[in-house]
Design a protein around this ligand. Structure first.
Ligand code: SF4
Length: 375
C-alpha cells in the first residue's frame, strides 16, 4: 500500500528514535543481506543485548557467506555455544554452502527462493526481503504480533490468532521504505509498545490504536495457557585425568544439541532410574561417585534432571566410547559445549574444589553471557 498517515507517522518516529544496532545499515546505506540474515537467525529466542557479542565475534571470524561456507561445521559450532537452539547454527552453515554452490554467494531477492534455503522460514525470508531488498514483506515476530494485536484490538488468543495477525500485518506494509517500516515496528515493540506497561502517551500509532482506545492495551495480545513441560531424566559422567583433561564425546549431527560436545551420558528417559542402572552405562571402568542431587536444565519442550557421576582416575583407552576424546582444560573454551554441559562441569568442579579432590581441575568454562537457560 502507499504511504498513508499511519505509515508516515511511524517512519517519522523511526527516523528520530531508531535503535543503533551493529547489523543495521546507517541512514542512506543499503543493508547487507548477510548481516541481516545472521542477526535475524541469532535473534530468534534471544535478546538483542545477548546477541551483540556473539554477532561481532561471528562476523569477525566469518565476514562473508563464502568464508562461512568454506569453514568446517566444527569451526562454526563453538562460536554458537551458549546461544542455544544449535540447529540454527547447523542450518546457517548449510545455507551458506547452498548460497555459494547455487546462487554465486548472493542471496536471492525472491521470497519463495529465500524460503527454499536451509533454516529460512517465513519470518527470516520476510526480514531479508524487506530489510535488505526493500520489498513489502512483513517479518512478523513477537514485537510485530503485539503491535498489530493492539493496533486492531485482536482479542483472539495466540497462537490461534497468528493467521489473522499476519494478514493484518501484510496489509500495513508500505511499498516505499518497506525495510525501514519493518524495523520501525520491531523498534516500537521493543521500546514503546512493550509487553508490560506500553508507553501509549508517546506512541506514534496512538491515534489509530484500537486497544488504547478501549483500555485493552496491556491485556493484549491474549494467550492460551501454556501446556506444562514434561520432565526427562538421565545421567552424565565427568571423568578427568590427572592432568585435568576432561573426557568429552560428540553428539550425533542431527537432533537436539546436534554436533555439540558433551560429557558422556545416558539417553534421557521419561522416568528416573536407580543408581546401578545409570552406572551400567558409564564410559569405562572407574571409581564412580554420584554427586548429591541432580542438575536441572530447561529446554523448550521439556525439563531435564541429570544425575552427575564423577571419577578421578583415568581408565584404559580401550574402555572408552569410540567418539570420546580427552580435552585439556585450556582447550575447553574452544569446544562447542552447550550451556547444559558447562553447567554440569561447573557443578562437578565446585564439588571437587570443596573436597580438594582435583589437583589440577579444568578451568572455569562459563560462557560470556546467556539471558536464560532455555535452548
Ligand atoms: Fe502499543 Fe499503546 Fe502504541 Fe497502541 S498506543 S500501539 S498499545 S504503545
Amino acid at each position: 500500500m502507499p504511504l498513508g498517515p499511519l505509515q508516515s507517522a511511524l517512519l517519522t518516529w523511526y527516523d528520530r528514535a531508531r535503535r543503533v544496532l551493529p547489523w543495521r545499515a546507517g541512514p542512506g546505506e543499503t543493508a547487507d543481506p548477510y548481516r541481516v540474515w545472521l542477526s535475524e537467525i541469532m535473534l530468534q529466542q534471544t535478546t538483542v543485548a545477548a546477541v551483540v557479542p556473539y554477532y561481532e565475534r561471528f562476523l569477525a571470524r566469518f565476514p562473508t557467506v563464502e568464508a562461512l561456507a568454506a569453514a568446517p561445521l566444527e569451526a562454526v559450532l563453538p562460536l554458537w555455544a551458549g546461544l542455544g537452539y544449535y540447529a540454527r547454527a547447523r542450518n546457517l552453515h548449510a545455507c551458506a554452502r547452498v548460497l555459494v554452490a547455487e546462487h554465486g554467494g548472493r542471496f536471492p531477492r525472491d521470497l519463495a527462493a529465500l524460503k527454499a534455503l536451509p533454516g529460512i522460514g517465513d519470518y527470516t525470508a520476510a526480514a531479508i526481503a524487506s530489510i535488505a531488498f526493500d520489498q513489502p514483506a512483513a517479518p512478523v515476530d513477537g514485537n510485530w504480533e503485539r503491535v498489530v494485536a493492539r493496533l486492531y484490538a485482536v482479542t483472539q488468543p495466540l497462537p490461534a490468532a497468528k493467521g489473522e495477525l499476519r494478514t493484518l500485518a501484510a496489509a500495513l506494509m508500505p511499498e516505499r521504505r518497506a525495510g525501514d517500516f519493518a524495523q520501525a515496528v520491531m523498534d516500537l515493540g521493543a521500546t514503546v509498545c512493550t509487553p508490560a506497561k506500553p508507553r501509549c502517551l508517546i506512541c506514534p500509532l496512538q491515534p489509530w490504536c484500537q486497544a488504547n482506545a478501549i483500555g485493552l492495551a496491556e491485556a493484549l495480545p491474549a494467550r492460551e495457557p501454556k501446556a506444562e513441560r514434561p520432565t526427562r531424566y538421565g545421567a552424565a559422567f565427568h571423568l578427568w585425568r590427572a592432568d585435568g583433561a576432561v573426557l568429552l564425546t560428540r553428539r550425533p549431527p542431527k537432533g537436539l544439541l546436534g554436533g555439540m560436545m558433551e560429557l558422556p551420558g545416558t539417553p534421557w528417559l521419561a522416568s528416573p532410574q536407580d543408581e546401578m542402572a545409570w552406572l551400567s552405562q558409564a564410559p569405562g571402568r572407574a571409581a564412580w561417585r554420584r554427586l548429591a542431587g541432580t542438575v536441572g536444565h530447561t529446554f523448550t519442550h521439556f525439563h531435564l534432571e541429570l544425575a552427575l557421576f564423577v571419577a578421578e582416575r583415568p581408565v584404559a583407552a580401550h574402555d572408552l566410547p569410540g567418539e570420546a576424546r580427552w580435552v585439556a582444560p585450556a582447550d575447553l573454551g574452544q569446544e562447542a559445549l552447550p550451556s547444559l554441559m558447562r553447567k554440569l562441569l561447573k557443578r562437578s568442579l565446585a564439588e571437587a574444589a570443596q573436597s580438594g579432590s582435583i589437583s589440577r581441575g579444568p578451568t572455569e568454562t562459563k560462557p560470556k553471557r546467556r539471558p536464560r537457560a532455555i535452548e
